[in-house]
Ligand binder design. Sequence first.
Ligand SMILES: [Zn+2]
Ligand SMILES: [Zn+2]
Length: 255
Amino acid sequence: MTWQPFPVDCHAHSQHSDGALTVTEVLERAASLGVRPSITDHISRDAPTTVDSPRAVAEYLDDLEQYDVLRGGEFCWHDALWREIPPETVRRFTHRVGSLHSIRLADDSFFRVFHRDLPDGLTPRAYMEAHVSSLESLAREMPVDIYAHPTLVSPSLREIDPHELWTEALEERLVRALHDAGIAFEVSNRYRPHERLVRRAADAGVRLSLGSDGHSRQQVADIAFPLALVRSIGVRGEDLYDPMRHGSRTGAFDA
Ligand SMILES: [Zn+2]
Ligand SMILES: [Zn+2]
């Protein structure tokens, strides 16, 4: 692969996990939109995927290496599989994405963020404290390149104005954690962040990454919204995360 000046969709799913498209169909869709594709399927024992063991990870990479495509993976922080992947396998990824599909609450239990109903007594404020402290743990523990969908929260909280749900202090903590760890902030098309948070990340020097998080033909490689948002706040195309340009913590591009 040679570097090309087209925007990269660093986060898209195929039939290796819960996407509707084959790898070839993802590539065709991205080409039609002028986007450089990646395959970033779920790699977890607690997500809808076929990639759920170290052996399955190696086989997934065997398959992706047959295509001209960036080889990503979306790892659940709360599931231990990412800790079990040997370094020689990790180096075969062009980039890795870390996700909070469950957050750790103050009592050390985990809450799946796709659940609408919050546990009894968990206020939005306490939820957001748990969300950000889980992100701080992810940033310390996980050697990923990108933090996926930073504003993915329980559906019941998505009805609250994000400028109230997110206090500026919480935003500062999130941005600091990513900055200190060298992890990029994903501007997701699927779980769209509010501009104040994206601008805060960019102003702090956190690299931004574009992600369709596409599962269907319609969604895959559609990064028009995130691209327009980052342009509107003055981020240059060459500064958007591109593993081939900026390298990866996987070691894939190390000499
Ligand atoms: Zn996700
Ligand atoms: Zn995803």
